[in-house]
Design a protein around this ligand. Sequence first.
Ligand SMILES: [Zn+2]
Length: 425
Amino acid sequence: MTTWLIKGARACGGDPADILIHDGIIATPDGQGEAQVIDADGLIALPGLVDLHTHLREPGREDAETVETGTQAAALGGYTAVHAMANTDPVADTAGVVEQVWRLGRQAGHCDVQPVGAVTAGLQGARLAELGAMADSAARVRVFSDDGHCVSDARLMRRALEYVKAFDGVIAQHAQEPRLTEGAQMNEGEVSGRLGLAGWPAAAEESVIARDCLLAAHVGSALHVCHVSTAGSVEIIRWAKSKGWRVTAEVTPHHLLLTDDLVEGYDPVYKVNPPLRTKADVTALRNGLADGTIDCVATDHAPHPLEHKETEWETAAFGMTGLETALRVVQHAMVDTGLLGWADVADRMSLRPARIARLAGQGNQLEPGAPASLTLYDPTPREAVDPASHASKSRNSPFTGMVLPGRVVATFLRGEPTVLDGKLA
Ligand SMILES: [Zn+2]
């Protein structure tokens, strides 16, 4: 294995120092022999990013994304681990399917792929999937989610929360009361009223989060709330945490930056579930992430082929790509605004997501002895986002043409470069 000497990187935004990578581990930078040198003057070093919420689409929708292209996109975005959501075809609801996804990830080798198991068989919301078999499989599943659907049956949600306690698992809920969002096309509010589109009330998300916090407390289990999108949701999670309950939450980059008035042009690139909300919601989400109420940033990278997005608003698919822009958006929305420092970014995008997912070997501080999974990031360039240059198979980025700061220069996975000089290694 090549020994690497990263010269003058600012680890988590601190003072410039050298980082030596030897045998896949961060070593003490003295008395090293032959090493490949990377000039990291002005670059920030962060522990490899960990995404809790990625749609890799394989098996079943390889026209939108594959494990190969999705993990390339992840590496280019600075990620060393992603959690592959279960809403594939077939659904990842058995040991067989989660092991297939896990193996595809290992073969691709661009980052670790940790499958998420479905909570209910076929995402149908009727009976529990084989949670124990998935936990015991080679993929060692610990995060379970019906994402795309809400586990709306309270009794089933309670049983799922009880079941995963046996192996220290967590239920990640897509909180959305289905009866309140039937036919919904965007956030319910002033803009939806003006456009005449069916609205999606904040209460549809908040009521499920409140119920699930109470259920998690009642059975003493761990709840993770996916893609929090409203100010009220932040308030409820803050309350649940103040009680000492085992509740964690994520926010997406797009909900930290974009608002529902973008829907006025009826461009389906802004159609997403949960929907873009208001300026007040964005402010509350940013503050919630800054004060730790929201634990982490998760991309909800949701690739779709052109024909499912370049169509009329009503028929277009929900979802946005995000792996290759997440860190840049977080710099723009959180760091350049003074809400987070780089050590906080490491916490919200690597350490905490790894801890929530019980993911060993990821989300470590950049210290001697730790696995050398890290990313080198240049915060100075400002460039327009161009999805044509992305590795993702899909082009549905809501940030297209937007000038954002930053560039991922290099990513290392256990001492092996997956990205060098901004390109796949
Ligand atoms: Zn979701």
